[in-house]
Ligand binder design. Structure first.
Ligand SMILES: Cc1cc2nc3c(=O)[nH]c(=O)nc-3n(C[C@H](O)[C@H](O)[C@H](O)COP(=O)(O)OP(=O)(O)OC[C@H]3O[C@@H](n4cnc5c(N)ncnc54)[C@H](O)[C@@H]3O)c2cc1C
Length: 410
């Protein structure tokens, strides 16, 4: 492989670092540029949640998580599967374990030791890091422009991998500022949108001030968009000052976001008493309550209390509370109207990005020969469960291999 070639990787997240590793392993000179004072900041944040690296489910099921982009993601995962990712972590000297849900985590559930080991290995293999280098685009002679603490720098490279991330958590570096730069070069970019995000409802002051921050568990969330398969899943939510957050709603967030965009709102139904049959709930509620309040009656007979009771009060009418059958129906399917996704900056990940039709089979931008893209900046999305990181690592490796193929050809 051409050791006299110099490749610039812009963006030091999982995708960019994996591209760097792939290229350095082939003997290419690699420099990683990042706007932030250090690389991998979002990866480190993911470590705060335990760092769900990947998932053990069967390949076909795994691939289905990428929805209508699964065909585009498939070649990445064929080259670097969930098992390959685990092997890679093990080779860095860290063990992994499989949680009860099939999710894979590092044994210590931390990102920092893994990133440290990885950066050490990258430096050993000759990768050079330039932090506080914000990429601004190109100058006419095709040199890359960077803003640095010492002023603007221009850098030439034989090939470039852009791995600039999505648009959430801008303070960690991925601010989506690359979108207009690429659009100005004729690259089609789908608008960045929140994915794996919370939603606004617009609670009453009473509910917000007394229950924000409380977990709602366990509930079943039901949602069916006008044109789409029904979503039904059990899990946990969190009531926030503005609406709902948490794993269960993240799982439905792509379809909820799209439904809101299409019709202005999306109504989910929560089963507040999973495992209870409606007829039995009705019977229990209809039981004479004597001098007890409705709240203590519901608490003792059907175990509805706290934030669940507050939600029932928020949405139910006096008529609902007066009729055991209606109240049971409400407990089994409480309608909550979501009016907006939370802003992109708060989301776990971004949907949208560089469209796949802009890329050739090697991940190179058709309109910018020698410039490759990888990671979350591409137009795919996936739920939480390790699917995001797996695709970022795998696409970084694919872009690295694409660069090698291209350098071999020039
Ligand atoms: C709270 C949270 C928890 C998460 N937990 C998980 C999890 O457990 N499992 C999972 O699979 N995923 C998780 N994710 C998602 C995962 O972290 C991201 O999908 C992944 O980091 C994206 O990798 P990337 O390399 O594409 O981009 P990023 O990691 O965002 O890296 C992009 C890099 O590009 C740099 N950059 C951007 N613009 C410029 C510029 N103009 N010039 C120079 N540098 C630039 C940035 O500074 C950054 O370092 C989580 C995300 C969040 C926010």
């Amino acid at each position: 492989m051409p050791t006299n070639k110099q490749v610039a990787i812009i963006g030091g997240g999982p995708a960019g670092l994996m591209a760097a590793e792939t290229l350095a392993a082939a003997g290419v000179r690699v420099a990683v540029y990042d706007a932030m004072p250090s690389v991998g900041r979002k990866f480190l944040l993911a470590g705060r949640g335990g760092l769900n690296l990947t998932h053990t489910e069967a390949q076909a099921q795994f691939l289905s998580r990428y929805g209508n982009r699964s065909q585009a993601v498939a070649p990445w995962l064929q080259g670097f599967s969930a098992q390959a990712l685990r092997d890679w972590v093990h080779a860095l000297g860290h063990d992994t374990f499989v949680g009860t849900s099939g999710r894979v985590f590092p044994t210590d559930k931390k990102a920092a030791p893994l990133l440290r080991a990885w950066l050490h290995r990258l430096r050993e293999s000759g990768v050079v890091f330039h932090v506080r280098h914000r990429w601004l685009g190109w100058v006419e002679n095709n040199a890359l422009r960077f803003a640095t603490p010492d002023g603007e720098r221009q850098i030439r490279a034989d090939a470039v991998v852009l791995a600039l991330g999505g648009g959430s958590w801008a303070k960690l570096g991925s601010d989506g500022a690359w979108v207009p730069i690429l659009q100005a070069q004729g690259v089609p970019v789908a608008a960045l949108q929140p994915a794996n995000c919370g939603f606004d409802v617009g609670w009453s002051e009473h509910l917000r001030s007394r229950f924000a921050g409380q977990a709602i568990k366990s509930v079943v969330l039901d949602f069916t968009a006008a044109a789409g398969a029904p979503f039904r899943k059990q899990g946990e939510l969190m009531l926030t000052a503005t609406g709902l957050e948490g794993g269960l709603i993240y799982a439905a967030s792509a379809r909820l976001r799209d439904a809101i965009a299409a019709t202005g709102s999306a109504t989910i139904h929560l089963d507040l008493a999973p495992g209870w049959e409606r007829a039995r709930l009705t019977r229990e509620i209809a039981h004479p309550r004597g001098s007890r309040s409705v709240s203590s009656h519901l608490h003792s007979r059907v175990n509805i209390h706290g934030v669940k009771m507050a939600l029932l009060r928020e949405i139910g009418s006096a008529e609902d509370f007066a009729d055991p059958a209606r109240l049971a129906a409400l407990i089994k399917a409480l309608p909550i109207r979501l009016i907006a996704p939370r802003p992109l900056d708060e989301a776990i990940s971004s949907a949208g990005g560089v469209m796949f039709e802009a890329l050739d089979a090697h991940g190179m931008l058709r309109t910018l020969p020698g410039v490759f893209c990888a990671g979350e900046m591409l137009d795919w999305e996936a739920p939480t469960g390790g699917y995001l990181l797996t695709a970022c690592f795998a696409s970084g490796r694919a872009a690295g291999l694409g660069v090698l193929a291209w350098l071999g050809a020039i």
